[in-house]
Design a protein around this ligand. Structure first.
Ligand code: AMP
Length: 179
């Protein structure tokens, strides 16, 4: 099985070649076709098995091939528990999407919000966020989800262990029902 067999679009394939990804890992092989079909998915795999690309690649592809793609509006939201993970995920999206014209932005707490707000104002297709800063910037009206289609809870188990359930419960009602 290759990424080409999974019907990944040329600009994404090109980025994966640069990353030296020769073939999908088992979680990618299983997850990518289901996400491309628009199905909901719960994935379980150990660290280092390529989970990030298992959701990032098909989400980029779905947005890239969507003729109704509203450039610069948030179409995908990825929530993750820590700043380090958020930055890592943003790096992955940036690399896999670099020939698609899609933009990703990362927001997290513990730092001044100004540069994050400046980036949001320029428009982004994909938003990676930690829960607290996300709620904060939503309440300040810097973030809207009218065009959101894809929602990922990364490391959902860890997020619950860390007590983020209350924040998640506040965020979910703010998203479109169909996603
Ligand atoms: P993750 O489990 O998402 O943290 O990924 C672990 C590492 O595997 C990262 O350094 C990725 O760049 C790398 N990786 C992800 N998918 C592939 C693949 N299909 N082939 C080779 N390396 C990969």
């Amino acid at each position: 099985m290759t990424f080409k067999d999974l019907k990944i679009a040329e600009p994404i394939l090109k980025a994966l070649i640069i990353k030296n990804y020769e073939k999908p890992t088992p979680i990618q092989e299983q997850a990518i076709p289901l996400v491309l079909q628009g199905k909901d998915l719960l994935g379980l795999a150990q660290t280092g098995t390529g989970k990030t690309a298992a959701f990032a690649i098909p989400i980029i592809q779905k947005i890239f091939v969507d003729s109704d793609n509203k450039a610069g509006k948030i179409k995908a939201l990825i929530i993750t528990p820590t700043r380090e993970l958020a930055i890592q995920i943003d790096d992955c999206f940036t690399e896999y999407a670099k020939f698609t014209g899609l933009k990703s932005t990362v927001i997290f707490g513990g730092v001044n919000q100004r540069s994050q707000v400046d980036r949001l104002k320029k428009g982004t297709d994909i938003l990676i966020a930690t829960p607290g800063r996300l709620l904060d910037l939503i309440s300040q009206k810097y973030i809207r989800f009218d065009h959101l289609k894809y929602f990922v809870l990364d490391e959902a188990d860890r997020m619950l262990d860390m007590g983020f359930i209350h924040d998640i419960k506040k965020i979910i009602p703010l998203l479109p029902k169909v996603r």
